[in-house]
Design a protein around this ligand. Structure first.
Ligand SMILES: [Fe+2]
Ligand SMILES: [Fe+2]
Length: 223
């Protein structure tokens, strides 16, 4: 699936992953797959929790129900791949990236802004995942793995747009776009922060950038 120009523009992540991250990902594929497996589980669980919380939003329930199945299918695919490289499913590691995103969410008060942030945070996680999969699908040496990650890239791009659409289904489009810009700017600061934290080690987590880029050196859209 080719992403439309609109999707590429909306995606708009400010700080792209350095292509050389893929080299490290290739070296530590088991670590990447383990993190990825937990990400897929969390995606499925989050969709279930939104279906329960917003059971009165008919379209949301209808659209997210199949995503739960899809994300769980992703988890199983990753688990199968992981079995080829290591016998046991590793432990879940602390996800600083997601914790920092959660800290940015509006909590308390009216439901509308909370709902908006929940949809936009999911959109952002999907967008960054999509970007990482794109890097892997283009940069890994193994042709089988390149195809493996291409499939995820296409799927997560669809999820990214779905969460934006769901936000716009229930909230004024201009409010959504303005808040999305704030999320993008915030995500850039997180990526820069995490880059400097992990600058001097060989951390290769799925969502973390390994620091080759000088932070902020490239502000072009990444897709
Ligand atoms: Fe997924
Ligand atoms: Fe997803």
């Amino acid at each position: 699936m080719e992403l439309s120009q609109d999707t590429k523009n909306i995606l708009g992540l400010q700080l792209p992953t350095d292509p050389r991250w893929v080299d490290l990902a290739g070296i530590s594929l088991a670590a990447i797959l383990t993190d990825h497996a937990y990400c897929e589980q969390k995606a499925a669980l989050t969709c279930i929790s939104y279906i329960q919380r917003y059971s009165n939003k008919e379209e949301l329930v209808e659209k997210l129900a199949p995503i739960v199945t899809e994300e769980w299918g992703h988890f199983r695919l990753v688990l199968n791949e992981l079995k080829k490289t290591q016998p046991a499913f590793g432990h879940q590691r602390r996800d600083e990236y997601v914790n920092k995103l959660i800290a940015f969410q509006q909590k308390g008060g009216r439901e509308e802004p909370r709902f908006l942030d929940q949809m936009l945070m999911m959109a952002l996680v999907e967008a960054r995942s999509c970007e990482r999969f794109k890097r892997l699908s283009e940069g890994l040496e193994d042709a089988y793995l390149r195809r493996f990650y291409r499939r995820f890239m296409e799927s997560e791009a669809g999820h990214y747009t779905l969460f934006i659409e769901l936000a716009e289904r229930y909230i004024d489009k201009e409010i959504v776009r303005n808040r999305w810009k704030e999320w993008l700017a915030y995500e850039t600061t997180i990526m820069q922060e995490l880059e400097s934290c992990y600058k001097n080690n060989h951390e290769t987590r799925f969502r973390y950038p390994h620091s080759f880029n000088s932070p902020g050196s490239n502000h072009q859209p990444v897709l």
